[in-house]
Design a binder for this molecule. Structure first.
Ligand code: 5GP
Ligand code: MN
Length: 354
């Protein structure tokens, strides 16, 4: 199968995948920490393919609870097939230990699974990677599907599944729950076709729509079901907290006090970091969100500036070329939390002068 008119899902790899699935008794799926729509949607889609088309026993393991804002992606009947390490440590660990095949999804290394890293590293199971981030840790895996010129892991998974014998290039043969979650995953990672959209992405959307996906319902769940406070805090941040430096870097720092005041929950600031990029003079946007001993960092950039490099060099992180993230620790990186603004101002000058 060609992706973007040039990339191919290798037939030999599909045959190995088919064989690994055929021999598996218990399968465990994992994605990066603080799972997003692409990570969750891809896991749900793969679980439905494996259980409905291949009769496999499948569980999804995450290190963190699923944010309310994307939990609609999980069909009601699947809720007990998701193991959360931070909530139920023992059963999550047991599930992974008893699995003979594991899939690492939307995550280029087990190190990005955070609290689950050690259990996966010690697992004797066969390991498969399906991911679209740069620099995959291929040595960790028996089989790797890694592609960066693609919108999302959901899209990569879609094209892999089309190759599988039961689906045989006919998207209408995918379980509908898989199709819905693939569409949801791709939609979130492209920010509803605003970025990373390739010919293959639109081709995927077209095939999924024809297969019966209800895109209107997905869009409504993704973009029209937030709590009021999300819009209120967004207004407050853009009006009172956004700073734009002389170099064209916009940054916003969401401290603990404001998080508590507006009762900001996980996932409720999704997309905020993109908004300052709508200003012509802004080249890069950085959002800091305070946590215990560190700030979580989100970075977005315009073409020609690497959010990924900035995240690697100054924020202990990584990601994609124009969408990346990381952490800023105190007192390791800055002596105290109040010095975050000064740090951003300083390192972005150095970074943009390079
Ligand atoms: P977000 O800003 O939406 O949290 O993350 C944007 C992108 O950066 C995602 O692709 C995510 O995987 C990546 N990313 C976020 N945080 C980290 C991190 O701490 N380390 C690495 N390597 N990537 C991250
Ligand atoms: Mn992704």
């Amino acid at each position: 199968m060609k992706i973007n008119g040039m990339k191919t899902i290798e037939t030999s790899k599909v045959a190995i995948l088919d064989h690994l699935i055929g021999n598996a008794v218990q399968i465990s799926l994992v994605a990066h920490t603080r799972e997003d729509g692409d990570a969750l949607g891809s896991c749900i889609a793969l679980m439905h393919y494996l259980s409905e088309c291949r009769n496999c026993n499948v569980g999804i393991t995450f290190s963190d609870p699923v944010p309310d804002s994307i939990s609609f992606i999980i069909p009601q009947a699947d809720r007990n097939r998701i193991f959360i390490k931070s909530k139920d440590s023992t059963s999550t660990t047991e599930w992974i230990k008893n699995s003979d095949l594991v899939f690492c999804i939307d995550c280029n290394s087990f190190s990005r699974t955070d609290k689950l890293q050690d259990v996966y590293a010690e697992s004797k199971a066969k390991k498969v990677l399906i991911d679209h981030h740069p620099s995959p840790d291929s040595a960790e895996f028996d089989l790797s599907f890694s592609e960066t010129e693609i919108s999302s892991t959901a899209e990569l998974l879609f094209y892999i599944l089309l190759e599988m014998p039961e689906i045989n290039h006919d998207a209408s043969k995918l379980p509908i729950a898989a199709s819905n979650s693939l569409m949801a995953g791709m939609t979130t990672d492209t920010n509803n076709f605003a970025n990373s959209t390739f010919p293959s992405t639109l081709n995927m959307a077209s095939q999924l729509l024809a297969a019966g996906v209800n895109r209107d319902e997905i869009l409504s769940n993704l973009y029209n079901c937030y709590r009021e406070n999300r819009v209120r805090i967004m207004g407050h941040m853009l009006k009172d907290m956004m700073v734009i430096t002389k170099k064209g870097v916009a940054y916003m720092i969401l401290d603990k006090e404001t998080i508590d005041k507006y009762d900001v929950k996980e996932g409720e600031t999704e997309g905020f970091v993109n908004i300052p990029l709508s200003i012509k003079k802004v080249k890069m946007s950085i959002l800091l969100k305070q946590d215990e001993g560190y700030f979580r960092v989100s970075i977005r950039s315009k073409k020609g500036i690497s959010a990924n490099k900035c995240a690697i060099e100054y924020f202990n992180g990584g990601g994609h070329e124009m969408a990346a993230g990381g952490k800023l620790y105190y007192p390791k990186d800055i002596a105290q939390s109040s010095m975050a603004a000064e740090y951003i101002e300083r390192v972005t000058v150095t970074f943009l002068n390079k």
